[in-house]
Write a protein that binds this ligand. Structure first.
Ligand code: FMN
Length: 350
């Protein structure tokens, strides 16, 4: 069963969130660099789509490393670096990788062909409209229409210490019309996401992803030193599920009609249903599934089976009817949107 969301072709409504599965493949058989170890027990081609790590024009070390050739004796050094970029905290994770990625050209050279069996969404990030324009041109040139499901604009990351709000409208105005692929805008819960969603509707964006992780801070209680190298980081996982639900529901209450892909602590079928009821059109597995505490990796095969069953259940689930299935975004009267959406939601099928 395939699903089409405003021109975005998905194999089903269950996706994987940006970056949690790296670039969609591992180069090494034993050390699944960039991939969650759990990924080896799930055929990734069965997901509605797999979203890549955010790619930039040039490779970036960020707050981690681009090295893939760690020797066994260097493992402690690697783990120390890793601990400065991602930490397990109460009910979730705090991370600040800072767009550590190999760059868009190396992604196409080294991973694009190897992941052709997946339905892919390519996440891109930049610091100006020019950079987004050039990333879109690269994707246009290297991926023919239909080769990927969409391109996702990450204009909402806290870990690169940049104010994206200042460039958002120009990015959308200039980069969306030149894309040969549907564009998804990823929203931050820490910014004016309703205004950003309205901007997305005005500029021809095909769908929204809600939410990017939540700006957060943890300190070592003994020393007051930040746990992460970047001081601030982003919170993800179970802790942010209610925030994600709030954002999706508020977008619908505000009359936003673009399809919404939800990601915020989603782990099981009830989480998915909750997000569908709040107004999501697709749901995505992120850190609550792929970043399990290490000892649980021993249970990887069982977790793989559970995820495969989850894909089946979500594929069979008849989601509540959403505005997007009725047509493209309306030129909404800002005074009326809540009622318009409630009317549509009222006709939902259970
Ligand atoms: C370790 C880690 C790295 C992430 N890297 C990216 C990224 O490169 N680009 C992006 O758009 N989101 C990134 N995210 C955010 C996730 O895609 C997702 O939006 C967020 O974690 C909320 O969903 P979750 O609670 O289900 O994980 C990252 C999240 C984590 C935990």
């Amino acid at each position: 069963m395939t699903v089409e969301l405003n021109g975005i072709r998905l194999r089903n409504r269950l996706l994987t969130s940006a970056s949690l599965l790296g670039y969609g493949a591992s180069k090494r058989r034993l050390i699944l660099y960039g991939l969650s170890p759990i990924a080896q027990w799930v055929p990734l081609e069965r997901f509605g789509a797999v979203v890549t790590r955010t790619l930039t024009g040039e490779p970036r070390e960020g707050h981690f490393s681009l090295r893939e050739d760690w020797r066994l004796r260097e493992l402690p050094q690697m783990l120390r670096l890793y601990a400065g970029a991602v930490r397990r905290v109460d009910s979730g994770w705090i991370n600040a990788f800072g767009w550590s990625n190999i760059g868009i050209d190396r992604y196409f050279d080294e991973y694009f062909l190897r992941t052709s069996h997946l339905n892919r969404i390519i996440s891109v990030g930049g610091f100006s409209a020019d950079e987004f324009g050039s990333l879109v041109e690269t994707v246009n040139r290297r991926a023919v229409p239909g080769a990927i499901a969409a391109i996702e604009f990450n204009v909402s990351c806290h870990n690169v210490d940049f104010s994206f709000e200042a460039i958002l409208e120009e990015v959308l105005r200039r980069a969306v019309p030149v894309s040969r692929h549907p564009v998804i805008l990823k929203l931050s819960p820490d910014e004016d996401y309703i205004e950003h969603a309205r901007m997305a509707e005005r500029h021809g964006v095909a769908a929204l992803t809600a939410i990017n992780s939540v700006k957060a801070l943890r300190l070592d209680p003994r020393t007051g030193e930040p746990l992460l190298r970047n001081r601030y980081g982003s919170l993800s996982g179970r802790a942010i599920k209610p925030i994600g639900l709030r954002v999706v529901a508020e977008l619908r209450d505000a009359g936003i009609r673009l399809p919404i892909i939800a990601t915020a602590g989603i782990r099981d079928f009830d989480d998915c249903r909750e997000f569908f009821w709040a107004g999501a059109d697709a749901v995505s597995l992120g850190s609550a599934v792929w970043l399990r505490p290490m000892p649980l990796y021993a249970l990887g095969p069982l977790e793989g089976l559970r995820i495969r069953r989850l894909i089946d259940r979500v594929s069979r689930y008849e989601v509540p009817r959403r505005a997007v299935e009725i047509g493209p975004p309306l030129a909404t009267d800002p005074a009326e949107p809540v009622d318009a959406w409630r009317e549509l939601a009222g006709s939902a099928t259970r």
